[in-house]
Ligand binder design. Structure first.
Ligand SMILES: [Zn+2]
Length: 382
């Protein structure tokens, strides 16, 4: 289906004004413009790239369009045509004045030349309009619905990749995040330490960080030890290397550190001679002299059979063995258990005292002495 050509429809009206077109070299009907890029320029022609040549070689053209409200209905839009690149140059204020009507003429041309327009990606009249001269670093020109050139302030649009990268870095920098992982649940579902090299394989758009292990995820084998030590020192990440060295020096296995973390135990090392461990209720120190370690327990004052308060300083707990033994001791210690052990010790002492009394009585009472003598006699008879 073809749109009615204005060139045909208004041929008679055009004839009436054609003789007046003495100030232009040539003219073109709006419906013919689909083939010619329309370059909008501002202020004066010097804003046109290569304007010296363009001005020298171009011709003044009139673009013919129909304005039903204008006298004689035909309007001649002044512009410039440069045959070298087949561009038409039009000043911004002229464009703003005439585009409303001119675009209708262009639309007819597009409709009547579908093959050419499809091939050149021209779907609407605005597709032939080129506003690049009007662009500024922070303003983007566009043709409004009413056919006028407007500007929108450019948001600082970053390429998508850059903003994702930034988001990734801010997750890494957020001190609350301990665990890093891919949000792709179809993948390996492992959480990593921020320094784990496996993180490099997680794409930016899937990169996630959290202060807890997400449901269904496990700790990565490669960075588990570091991750556990990070948790044990949290939030003081500067402690990690020193704590790592202390555990390493005294041969504490990763599974042991994991057990401590599971029980909510934390630790820190100020120098290689002592690691302070915040146990379940008490504070402990593992003091090292060379390879040897000893376990020290916070001092406390007992105020009743069941109550105490913790005071300054530490006492030697006299716990023998390796650092691992001491960690087990710390893990097993609570004040309640301590009291229960004391109670057992007391009962055992009482029982032993009772047995000693009975034995004493046996030696002194005549009745027992008589029985013992009879037993002796019987043994001899046998
Ligand atoms: Zn890892």
């Amino acid at each position: 289906m073809c749109a009615m050509s204005q060139q045909v429809q208004y041929a008679e009206l055009f004839k009436d004004i054609e003789y007046k077109l003495t100030n232009i070299d040539d003219y073109a009907w709006g419906e013919e413009l689909y083939e010619f890029p329309l370059i909008v320029y501002i202020k004066n022609r010097s804003t046109i790239p290569n304007y010296g040549r363009v001005c020298q070689e171009s011709v003044e053209v009139g673009l013919i369009t129909i304005n039903p409200h204008a006298e004689g209905m035909i309007e001649v839009v002044p512009a410039m045509y440069w045959p070298t690149n087949k561009n038409i140059y039009i000043k911004d204020d002229v464009f703003n004045k005439y585009w409303r009507h001119l675009k209708k003429s262009v639309a007819i041309g597009i409709e009547n030349n579908p093959e050419y327009c499809q091939e050149h990606g021209i779907e609407t009249p605005e597709d032939i309009v080129n506003l690049r001269i009007l662009k500024t670093p922070d303003k983007e020109p566009y043709v409004s619905y009413h056919g006028k050139i407007k500007f929108k302030t450019k948001e600082k649009i970053e390429p998508k990749g850059t903003s994702l990268k930034r988001a990734r870095q801010s997750k890494l920098d957020n001190p609350k995040n301990i665990f890093f992982y891919s949000s792709n649940r179809d993948g390996s579902r492992q959480v990593h330490d921020k320094e784990c090299e496996v993180l490099d394989s997680i794409p930016d758009d899937k990169f996630s960080g959290s202060n807890e292990v997400p449901d269904g995820y496990i700790l990565c084998k490669k960075c588990k030890r570091k991750l556990l030590i990070r948790m044990g020192c949290y939030p003081n990440s500067k402690q990690i290397p020193m704590c790592g060295s202390f555990f390493h020096k005294h041969r504490v296995a990763t599974t042991e550190i994991e057990q401590m973390i599971d029980k909510g135990i934390t630790f820190h090392v100020d120098d290689m001679s002592v690691m302070t461990i915040n146990g379940i209720e008490d504070t402990w120190q593992i003091r090292a002299v060379g390879e040897e370690v000893s376990l020290w327990h916070n001092n406390y004052v007992k105020v009743s059979d069941t109550e105490r308060y913790i005071t300054d300083g530490f006492h030697d707990q006299k716990c023998p063995g390796s650092m691992t033994n001491m960690i087990h001791y710390i893990e097993g210690y609570t004040w309640k258990k301590h009291l229960a052990a004391e109670e057992r010790k007391k009962l055992r002492a009482e029982e032993e005292a009772r047995i000693a009394v009975v034995a004493g009585e046996r030696r002194t009472h005549w009745y027992y002495r008589l029985i013992d003598r009879i037993k002796d006699l019987l043994k001899r008879v046998k």
